[in-house]
Write a protein that binds this ligand. Structure first.
Ligand SMILES: O=C(COP(=O)(O)O)[C@@H](O)[C@H](O)[C@H](O)[C@H](O)COP(=O)(O)O
Ligand SMILES: [Mn+2]
Ligand SMILES: [Mn+2]
Length: 345
């Protein structure tokens, strides 16, 4: 995959983040999402690539933009061979979440980002809009912790791998009724819990960086976000496992199809015969090359949020490439007109 795409996608997430950040704190969740989608799609369509959205906006709600199956990029045009080079004509799959944490943006809370992952065709698991049980942990605990083990066992393993006491471990869990027992178990084991209202992509990836004071993500979030997290974790070498959750009884709240049986049928239609399979990061993001880009909308553990100033904005992004084996933090000044001054920091 072309290295140039790695640079172009920075601007894709930056544009989405800037658009969404303008609606920060306005209480308009759908608006914050909509403008991010529009901005992401517009910038994506200026790239010399032949992309296809495999994870995008609403699988069921027939979203008009960045819907699953939508083709994006200049080289999707019929006469593309005339102006695109062979590299650019290779089909690539794209997973997007233009506004990950719409509630966080709407209410001015930390942890939202514009995010996407790219790989060769077939290189990203086309997850249904189901839930996913997730376990993320630092590289040092990779293949030692296991989603099939209890939280108590995993905390003991994590403590050994990280050479830190169980009491010094911080586990992020989404604040949902379905996690009542999990939260109790983690606390009883002696670790500390950081409850988040939204934004488990940020939490998962934070496990791969020491200094974030996040040592694990446990519990159930959305499946598409699981694939995006896995793409980053695969390239970073961190631990990530995911298991689809298709039983509405397990989730307790939220939309998850009609019934357990209906959901199982749907998975079968999609060619997923083993509904209980545990996927690791390499299975969820299996392509030879995986690229990941995120830009903070509101401030977060990994990135700062968008900061507007007179005549411009400053953004911070994270771009991860399995190709160049890099995780770049990119600090960008965007000049909208003729800014009177540009601050150094
Ligand atoms: O918090 C999230 C919301 O994402 P978005 O809709 O793009 O703003 C995600 O990080 C979660 O993974 C997930 O979507 C959530 O757990 C599912 O929602 P819920 O039914 O409220 O738990
Ligand atoms: Mn999301
Ligand atoms: Mn979203």
């Amino acid at each position: 995959m072309d290295n140039v795409i790695g640079l172009e996608i920075i601007e894709v997430v930056e544009q989405a983040a800037i658009a969404s950040a303008r609606l920060m704190g306005k209480g308009d969740k759908n608006g914050a999402d909509h403008v991010a989608v529009e901005a992401m799609r517009k910038r994506m369509n200026q790239i010399h690539m032949r992309g296809r959205i495999v994870i995008g906006e609403g699988e069921r709600d027939e979203a008009p933009m960045l819907y699953i199956g939508e083709e994006v990029g200049i080289c999707t045009q019929e006469d593309a061979a005339k102006f695109c080079n062979p590299d650019e004509l290779l089909e690539i799959d794209i997973a997007v979440d233009p506004c990950e944490g719409t509630n966080l943006v709407a209410y001015g809370q930390n942890g939202s980002m514009a995010v996407l992952a790219i790989s060769e065709k077939g290189g990203l698991f086309a997850a249904p809009d189901f839930y996913m049980k997730k376990l993320a942990a630092p590289a040092v605990a990779k293949n030692h912790v296991d989603i099939n083990k209890s939280a108590t066992e995993n905390l003991k393993i994590l403590s050994d791998c990280m050479n830190r006491s169980i009491e010094d471990l911080v586990v992020v869990v989404m604040d949902r009724p379905r996690h009542k027992d999990l939260i109790n178990e983690i606390r009883t084991a002696g670790s500390r819990v950081r409850l988040i209202s939204d934004g488990d992509v940020s939490a998962a990836i934070s496990c791969a960086f020491s200094g974030t004071n996040i040592h694990a993500l446990m519990g159930i979030g959305a499946a598409p976000e699981g694939v995006i997290s896995a793409a980053a974790m695969r390239a970073l070498g961190g631990h990530f496992q995911g298991q689809l959750i298709y039983d509405p009884e397990v989730v307790k709240t939220g939309l998850i199809g009609e019934s357990r049986e209906g959901n199982l049928n749907r998975l079968e239609e999609m060619g997923i015969n083993d509904a209980d399979k545990v996927y690791d990061a390499h299975e969820l993001a299996s392509g030879e090359t995986v690229l990941f880009a995120a830009c903070g909308i509101t401030p977060g553990t990994l990135m700062q949020g968008v900061r507007f100033f007179s005549g411009g904005a400053r953004t911070q992004s994270l771009v991860i490439s399995s190709l160049s084996k890099t995780a770049r933090f990119v600090d960008t000044v965007h000049m909208f007109g003729a800014p009177k001054n540009i601050q150094l920091h």
